[in-house]
Design a protein around this ligand. Structure first.
Ligand SMILES: Nc1ncnc2c1ncn2[C@@H]1O[C@H](COP(=O)(O)OP(=O)(O)OP(=O)(O)O)[C@@H](O)[C@H]1O
Ligand SMILES: Cc1cn([C@H]2C[C@H](O)[C@@H](COP(=O)(O)O)O2)c(=O)[nH]c1=O
Length: 725
């Protein structure tokens, strides 16, 4: 019933399904994006079953599958049908390509306006009316041939009907794309997109080509010349027509949940339409995530267009002719299927925004492999990787569009993307084909060596660069984990434990940490620095790990003071992490948010050095644990006081009875020292490494200089005046 919400009408049988996620107008825009982990909360098959248990989605998917089969049949059949109406290879070729061209033309003319209609009208009625129109138009093509005598008129009508069909599709598609995310909880959007993409681009085109060929053979075997109405191309068009009727009926009677949203404001007239159109463009231009998404998609399509445009020439350059061409295309599709089918299982909980950018970079980098391939085997491997990157980008991009773009503007964004991709694709295919034709191949000499560079390979190289650039730009625009190392995040995500997003510190403070082995002078220098900063008028929070909070003090006692208790290495790592979590949440972050300079005696590096190198626990595990405990918080500066452990331990012993860790072997403390130095070497800009054997005052001067620089660079961020806390 129009006007009712999907949640009300949703027929969701899975008890685990969050029906509120499917509410029209809600979900995507209403709240922050769900944690990436939520998208992979079920195993592959279980997730698939859960999605298929959502009845409105299942109905839509089934009927869309049939309609997609009809569309592929229709595409192949309309083109074949047009060729069959004329004789002579030139005319047939012209008829074939003009039908294909006519299918692309409406997007250029009407695409952007279609999105406004999808966001304006009731999406269910839009889909139903569009499908009824397509039912009539598809049927009119073969029926026209029965009543019209002249072949050219039949072709002309086929072209006109195709033009109208495409125009109607332009309105239907954004309405459908914008409606689907409202039927499915966001956590299941990805798996439903996987299913839909595989059905639309994997199963149905193959099924369409196979069924047309089987139909053709069996018909000709049964009756040598079948009547005109029973020609396979005609039958395919009838099938396409009927599949559209079926879709209209199912959507109208069976998926009422698609209705129930009206984005039209009080100004519902033509002026309102123009405003909505302009608002849609503004939204795309001003929303970082959408801007990144569009940039990435267009870059990827430009790259794909170039690859398609040069594919024939490239196959020739491999010396394997047409066979190589078809094999490369096959390889590309194998990669696409692998990317869409296996991508989510591979990257697991990786942020989808990051995954999108990375996939485009993968596709671009793989185009380089094509550019330098002189052997078919390498080229095939490159094509599989290009496809894999493209497939993963396609899936993550579609999921982000559905899940993170507000319902009220989703139709316009989809319409923009569908139009822009077509334009870019056609331009890239056309221009690259022309460029390669003109460019040919050139021979260069470098001393004795001669080598030739073909326009095909040069263009592939440019396409790869373009795609990498688009991927990186998209990544930067959309990154939801700024500051979190990309490759480490990817690696840990593949292992099932993505790094946490670095929660931005709301406030403007500075975080300085002292690190080093035992007795290196951290407490001594920390006190001096605090005094200097306070004298300079800054508010300073002096703190330490472990033991800066009431909970932390009890943990410290367990860890260091009860030497008789045997604490295992893992328990020790967890206790330090627990102390850190409490410390960051209740002391460090609040002080940073108040704009103070937080100076801490030890932080994450101590865990990496003592538990990682000292206790030989896996570095990655310790790093991940600390990252989780701190929510990704990193110091602005780490001051590492480096000293021979034998000397440091002597200094510490002079201070009093050694604690549990100070009693560890010299070899243990040697490993700890080396680990600190290694950490500093990986990020020299963030570390100040000092020889802790120098006199106290000299060290204090060096530290003051460096921290003053940092404070000055941070400008007015710091809170003035205050005292040692
Ligand atoms: N540069 C230095 N030269 C000589 N002695 C120093 C120097 N810095 C500190 N000391 C002395 O070394 C001892 C340990 O110093 P401090 O407590 O500051 O080290 P720490 O690194 O905080 O030790 P721990 O990590 O074991 O707590 C103190 O007695 C201190 O006076
Ligand atoms: C934070 C942290 C500390 N440790 C060790 C290092 C020292 O032996 C003690 C702390 O004593 P201090 O006198 O306060 O320096 O704990 C560690 O092993 N792991 C850590 O994460």
């Amino acid at each position: 019933m129009p006007g009712c919400g999907a949640a009300e009408g949703a027929d969701i049988t899975s008890t685990g399904t969050d029906a509120t996620d499917g509410r029209p107008g809600g979900g995507a825009a209403a709240g922050p994006p769900p944690p990436a982990a939520a998208q992979v909360d079920l195993g592959g098959l279980a997730a698939l079953r859960a999605v298929l248990r959502i009845r409105p989605f299942r109905r839509l998917w089934l009927v869309l599958g049939v309609a997609s089969l009809g569309d592929w049949l229709g595409l192949l059949a309309t083109a074949a049908f047009a060729s069959a109406q004329v004789s002579g290879s030139v005319q047939q070729g012209l008829a074939f390509s003009s039908v294909i061209a006519v299918r692309l033309l409406p997007a250029l003319l009407l695409g952007p306006a279609a999105g406004v209609l999808a966001d304006r009208w009731d999406r269910r009625y839009t889909m139903v009316i569009c499908d009824l129109l397509r039912f009539v138009l598809f049927a009119s093509i073969p029926l026209g041939a029965l009543v019209i005598d002249r072949g050219t008129t039949v072709v002309a009508w086929a072209a006109v009907a195709t033009f109208f069909i495409e125009s109607v599709t332009l309105v239907w598609l954004p309405a459908k794309e914008a409606a689907v995310p409202n039927l499915i909880p966001r956590s299941r959007l990805e798996i439903s997109n996987q299913l839909t993409l595989i059905t639309t681009y994997g199963v149905t085109p193959v099924l369409a080509a196979a069924s047309l060929s089987v139909l053709d053979r069996s018909l000709r075997a049964a009756v040598r010349t079948p009547p005109e109405w029973a020609e396979p191309a005609n039958l395919a068009l009838y099938f396409n027509s009927v599949s559209r009727l079926a879709l209209a009926v199912v959507v109208f009677f069976g998926i009422r949940e698609i209705s129930g949203r009206t984005a039209v404001g009080p100004d519902g007239g033509a002026g309102g339409m123009v405003r909505q159109f302009v608002d849609g463009w503004k939204y795309i231009g001003q929303t970082r995530m959408v801007r990144g998404l569009v940039l990435g998609i267009l870059g990827a399509f430009a790259c794909g267009g170039v690859v398609i445009g040069v594919a024939k020439f490239f196959a020739v350059s491999l010396g394997a002719g047409d066979a190589a061409f078809y094999m490369l295309f096959g390889a590309l599709f194998v990669g696409l299927a692998a990317g869409i089918g296996a991508g989510p299982a591979l990257v697991r909980a990786l942020s989808r925004r990051r995954w999108f950018g990375m996939s485009i970079v993968l596709a671009g980098a793989s185009v380089f492999i094509l550019a330098v391939s002189v052997h078919l085997a390498l080229a095939l491997a490159g094509a599989v990787l290009v496809g894999t990157g493209a497939g993963m980008a396609f899936l993550s991009g579609t999921t982000l569009l559905g899940g993170e773009v507000g319902d009220d503007v989703r139709g316009r964004v989809f319409a923009f993307v569908q139009t822009a991709t077509r334009v870019v694709l056609i331009l890239a295919i056309g221009l690259s084909g022309a460029f390669v034709g003109i460019g040919g191949s050139h021979e260069f000499r470098l001393g004795e060596a001669a080598f030739s560079v073909s326009a095909t390979r040069a263009l592939l190289f440019v396409a790869g660069l373009l795609s990498i650039f688009a991927g990186i730009s998209a990544f930067r625009q959309m990154d939801d984990k700024p500051g979190v190392p990309v490759l480490r995040d990817l690696w840990w995500s593949i292992r099932g434990r993505p790094l946490s997003a670095a929660h931005p510190v709301a406030g403007p403070g500075l975080f300085v940490v002292f690190e080093g082995g035992e007795g290196t002078g951290k407490s001594t220098q920390l006190a001096k620095l605090a005094t200097t900063l306070i004298d300079a008028g800054h508010r300073v929070a002096v703190t330490r790990e472990p033991g800066a909070t009431p909970v932390g003090r009890r943990i410290r006692e367990l860890l260091l003071e009860r030497a008789e208790d045997a604490v295992t290495a893992r328990a020790e790592a967890l206790l330090y992490a627990a102390d850190r979590a409490q410390h960051v949440a209740t002391v460090v972050r609040p002080a940073l948010e108040r704009g103070e300079v937080v100076v801490s005696d030890r932080f994450v590096d101590s865990s990496l050095a003592y538990q990682g190198a000292g206790r030989t626990l896996p570095d990655g595990d310790v790093a991940w644990l600390s990252d989780w405990a701190t929510g990704g918080l990193r110091p602005d500066l780490v001051i590492l006081l480096d000293l021979d452990p034998a000397l440091g331990l002597r200094r510490a012993a002079d201070r009093g009875t050694p604690d549990r860790l100070e009693r560890e072997s010299l070899a243990f403390h040697g490993r700890v020292r080396q680990a600190f130095l290694d950490l500093a070497a990986t990020e020299p800009a963030r570390y100040l490494v000092l020889d802790a054997g120098l006199p106290i005052e000299i060290l204090a001067d060096r530290i003051r200089e460096r921290v003053t620089e940092l404070v000055e660079a941070s400008g007015v961020r710091l809170a003035p005046a205050g005292g040692l806390r």
